[in-house]
Ligand binder design. Structure first.
Ligand code: GRG
Length: 294
């Protein structure tokens, strides 16, 4: 099966699970719940859920547990996109080829829909339906909190908002992106390994894979911002330079960024050698990330 097909199948599974778990758009809260569903069910590549499901599959982990963890992570990802698009942050009009949530609804509803998705993620993880072992649920809850919280994704977003104030060198940009994008991707992979009760060596290998994939993913995102077209990306392009933001392309230029993506991709694949052919899908995912146009 091609990686594109595999990703599509995963996205369909995740969409069905999200649809079933999210509150219905009815009753007195219908405006809020419609907004939540507008953003959460409107497509997206579902890459982070894919990582959780595929990492867990290496250890034959329980699929229902993996799927619920994957959905929780996607809720946090969706919240981050909603908030990132708000006028006080990036002030974007387009996301996934459609009006951003605050454009389609209003700013207050978008802010609250993001808040709701963030908290709902923890409700999913803490529910015994995710895993019968309370200790496992605690590990997942604290792992996601760390990845998304004040020393993780939120710290990365704060650095991103600070623009050139964080410094315009590769170390500062790498640190910002490790936090903003990398932490959640790392947790997505680690959640699969955690549910699958992977050994220390296996977790380390997967963590190194996630580290390199996360950086390569962000570099490709920066290349798409510099060179992509709205028709493909479904969001505005050429924003970062115009807004005085620093990213891999503004710091290193297009060619050096592309070169580094290739290097990280090869390195990421090498980290999977421990798993042999069982990790083919995770290996193929690296190629998808490197070649993506959206
Ligand atoms: C608001 C706390 C807070 C954090 C926001 C994720 C993020 C931090 C901002 C999004 C800005 C951005 C474009 C980051 C680059 C990497 C990234 C997360 C891209 C979007 O992820 P994809 O390509 O999106 O997986 P889809 O739409 O496929 O889900």
């Amino acid at each position: 099966m091609t990686i594109e097909r595999r990703l599509k199948e995963t996205a369909e599974r995740v969409n069905i699970a999200l649809d079933a778990l999210l509150p219905k758009a009815e009753g007195p809260e219908a405006r809020l719940t419609s907004a939540i569903r507008y953003s959460a069910l409107d497509g997206g590549k579902r890459l982070r859920p894919f990582f959780t499901l595929e990492a867990g599959a290496l250890f034959d982990a329980d699929e229902a547990a993996l799927l619920r963890a994957a959905v929780a992570i996607e809720c946090v990802h969706t919240y981050s996109l909603i908030h990132d698009d708000l006028p006080c942050m990036d002030d974007d009009d387009l996301r996934r080829g459609r009006p951003t949530l605050h454009r389609e609804f209003d700013e207050v509803t978008a802010l609250l829909a993001g808040d709701a998705l963030l908290t709902f993620a923890f409700e999913i993880l803490a529910d015994p339906a995710t895993h019968r072992d309370p200790q496992m649920r605690c590990l997942l809850v604290s792992g996601l909190a760390r990845a998304a919280g004040p020393l993780g994704m939120v710290a990365g977003q704060a650095a991103d908002m600070a623009g050139a104030d964080i410094g315009s060198d590769l170390i500062a940009v790498t640190r910002m992106n490790r936090l903003k994008t990398g932490c959640l991707i790392n947790f997505a992979v680690d959640a699969g390994a955690t549910i699958g009760v992977a050994s220390e060596a296996e977790r380390t290998a997967l963590s190194r894979y996630a580290h390199d994939v996360g950086l390569a993913f962000q570099m490709v995102d920066d290349l798409l911002d510099a060179e992509g077209v709205v028709r493909d990306t479904g969001k505005a392009v050429q924003k970062d330079r115009a807004r005085g933001k620093v990213n891999f392309v503004t710091v290193m230029g297009v060619e050096a960024t592309r070169e580094r993506v290739g290097m990280l991709a090869s390195q990421a694949k090498r980290h999977l050698s421990l798993f042999g052919p069982r990790a083919t899908t995770l290996t193929d995912a690296v190629d998808f990330i490197v070649q993506r146009r959206y």
